[in-house]
Design a binder for this molecule. Sequence first.
Ligand SMILES: Nc1nc2c(ncn2[C@@H]2O[C@H](COP(=O)(O)OP(=O)(O)OP(=O)(O)O)[C@@H](O)[C@H]2O)c(=O)[nH]1
Ligand SMILES: Nc1nc2c(ncn2[C@@H]2O[C@H](COP(=O)(O)OP(=O)(O)OP(=O)(O)O)[C@@H](O)[C@H]2O)c(=O)[nH]1
Ligand SMILES: [Mg+2]
Ligand SMILES: [Mg+2]
Lengths: 278, 292
Amino acid sequence: ISGSSGLDADFFAEMEEILIMADVGVETSLALVDNIRREAQVGKIHSGEEVLDLLKKQIAKSLTIEKSQPVERTDKPTILLVVGVNGVGKTTTIAKLANKFNKEGKRVLLAAADTFRAAAIDQLNTWAQRLNLDIISHQPGADPAAVVFDALQALRARRLDMLIVDTAGRLHTKVNLMAELEKIQRIITREYPEASLETLLVLDATTGQNALAQARVFQQTLNLSGIVLTKLDGTAKGGIIIPISREVGVPVKYIGIGEGLEDLHRFSPTAFVTALFA
Amino acid sequence: GLTAKIQAAMKKLRGKGKLSEADVKSALREVRLALLEADVSYKVVRDFITQVQERAIGQGVMQSLTPGQQVIKIVHEELTNLMGGAASKLEPAPQPPTVVVLVGLQGSGKTTTCAKLARHLRQNGRSPLLVAADVYRPAAIKQLQVLGQEMQIPVFAMGEKHNPVDIAQGAIEHALSQGKDYVLIDTAGRLHVDEGLMEELIRLENNIKPQHILLVVDAMAGQDAITVAKAFREKLTLSGLILTKLDGDTRGGAALSARAVTGCPIKFVGVGEKLDALEPFHPERMASRILG
Ligand SMILES: Nc1nc2c(ncn2[C@@H]2O[C@H](COP(=O)(O)OP(=O)(O)OP(=O)(O)O)[C@@H](O)[C@H]2O)c(=O)[nH]1
Ligand SMILES: Nc1nc2c(ncn2[C@@H]2O[C@H](COP(=O)(O)OP(=O)(O)OP(=O)(O)O)[C@@H](O)[C@H]2O)c(=O)[nH]1
Ligand SMILES: [Mg+2]
Ligand SMILES: [Mg+2]
């Protein structure tokens, strides 16, 4: 933020620029800065540092969704359905989640329900082998719903704690592919109503405004319980989660900060906002 | 859309009588918003608007009877020119094989695009060889092999225990002995800020001196696209860009950012997951798409 500690037009313009360049989007950025400018006037705040601090607190607050619970449950089996557009990091995130819960003593099962993309099953299988976890898979081209169905039976029969389902990447504009996901979610709730189902949308921090469209459409089609924001180890800030939080209301639960198994952190609104303005 | 907004802005202004430079600037605010909403990077938007403003004022938009229409026309033309000429080909090297390397961020679509390019080249009578030089991502080699198998195009691989430079060199020797005239090298996704991995690409370029290094950019990339493209351009001799996942509904402003900061032509666009989903780049269509 500019060297002047005064609140001139430049100061607010600079704040808008930081937010826009962080992919917060024009509308939300202008609204946030406009709001903070009025609060500064009303509260007679004269230092740029104080105003910036106020802005950070407001954003962190908007990202704190009260009903956000941790993903795992201790009283019943948990099923994680991981979805998102192509290449965002779903399969890698699943490996990280499986590793985390496995280390916490949960018995984790994986389902390779991406039966479409070349070597998708091999990719998840490699992770399963590295983590020494069971995996349910069919052959490439098989019906993903059938893989999920089998995995649900295995979850119950083997009395395991958690099932994580990998799905094929799909653009939210592909109606038939979104319908396929809805069908998979329905199978899970129908066949295993007693489990706790968490549907996680994986978003790539390098994505711009389209992430908002993705969140909207995935939320319309499925009942999302959380977002995982990946690739925050790059230089993209992922600010799009601010308008997503306002508009779609799905909480970010985890962030991906690398390609290794340990590179998954619980989402912290304050840490995120600090990084946004760093 | 944008046309209506510019017309409305101009109408409001004309009510005051003669247009001023400031009036032109304020009408261009709509264009600026549209470009930012389309994910064009902030600085690229700023430079573009300055350019359009100068041209609009220079061309006497203020005296025009239809200033709104003129502004829109100038914006469209300037954006189309910026998107660059349509040269969707991979020019052959003076001596075969023509070596092409695909680089870019994780998940941008390199492996799929590599296979699509091989298919495209073979359709044009070439004899391509695919090279699996991603030794990091689980089953990356298998992914390229499955795609190659699907198209009956050979894939050169040495497994994950060799380094990409050795694999590339081995592939080129193999291509020469097999009469393959195009060698398409798939590399691991990497961050522009990962010094070690960027160094690996620099070594690869210095070692095999490819005819083409293509930066693969996800069409839905946001503001950071400019930083990424700039970093790749600074470290490597990029010859072109490929924009992927254009079959979605992203406006694709990252295309303008990448093009503006690298000066490289956008050679092809990916429009789907299947191997035939590769199209030549159409600058005018892209300009319209970005403007919304
Ligand atoms: N730097 C970085 N790379 C990541 C992160 N998460 C995933 N990746 C990389 O992103 C690429 C794509 O990851 P995948 O897990 O295959 O993504 P996906 O969503 O399953 O892809 P599809 O199944 O093809 O849609 C891989 O190279 C991963 O290593 C992250 O947090 N940081
Ligand atoms: N819809 C659509 N999907 C695409 C396109 N190009 C690639 N994909 C998909 O995007 C995902 C990532 O593609 P990859 O080819 O694995 O990407 P990559 O850059 O090689 O990934 P890394 O090697 O992990 O960096 C896969 O699900 C592809 O099928 C495209 O033009 N349209
Ligand atoms: Mg996957
Ligand atoms: Mg790849």
